[in-house]
Design a protein around this ligand. Structure first.
Ligand SMILES: [Zn+2]
Length: 205
């Protein structure tokens, strides 16, 4: 980071653990050799460094505590209707192949005295998805974090994702989408769940 540069308005600052960055860089250089590349050719000189930064970015969720995120914006509020945040983008990596899975999460809860900031729901999805994951566990972890911190009348989480490990390798199915869902409390009731499903299926025009 250039410290002499003055920030006038806003600047996004990225922080990387320098020690891990160095080690990752070393290992990615080894990997380049092991796959038959020449890590010293011009186009690849900076690649281990870039990939090391990139993997730290893609797994930053380990440094974030989702329950803390929710508790940091917990407000007393009497609203007792369904709150839905839908189409939250997910960029995660499957823990079996370390290949991305990409999709959307739809999250709903029915407050029981407390609400949280809407952006916090998206940040919780982010904190859990920026790790090595399986879609099933990701779904349940998001649900549990909300249930445990806000103690709402119910939580619903639906995730739809495309797994590149299925598209690029293995069975090579390009267009299959995996859907997972998990519910608590009021969402165990068929009518409430149906309302949620219908609300996430309608598009704003
Ligand atoms: Zn996989």
């Amino acid at each position: 980071m250039n410290k002499s540069k003055e920030i006038i308005g806003y600047e996004k600052i990225e922080n990387f653990n320098p020690e891990n960055l160095k080690k990752l860089q070393y290992h990615y250089k080894e990997i380049l050799s092991l796959i038959g590349e020449d890590p010293n050719r011009e186009g690849l000189l900076e690649t281990p460094y870039r990939v090391a930064k990139s993997i730290q970015f893609l797994t930053q969720g380990y440094d974030h505590n989702p329950e803390e995120i929710l508790l940091s914006a917990k407000f007393k509020e009497d609203y007792r209707q369904m709150v839905i945040v839908k189409d939250i983008e997910i960029f995660s990596m499957c823990e079996h192949h370390m290949i991305p899975f990409i999709g959307k999460a739809h999250v709903a809860y029915i407050p029981n005295g407390y609400i949280t900031g809407l952006s916090k729901i998206a940040r919780v999805v982010e904190a859990f998805s920026r790790r090595l994951q399986v879609q099933e566990r990701l779904t349940t972890q998001i649900k549990d974090a909300i249930q445990n911190t806000l103690n709402p009348l119910g939580v619903a989480v639906v995730i739809e994702a495309r797994h590149l490990c299925m598209a690029m390798r293995g069975v090579q199915k390009q267009h299959s989408v995996t859907t997972t869902s998990d519910f608590t409390g009021a969402f165990e009731r068929a009518e409430t769940r149906a309302e949620f499903i219908s609300l996430i299926s309608t598009k704003l025009s």
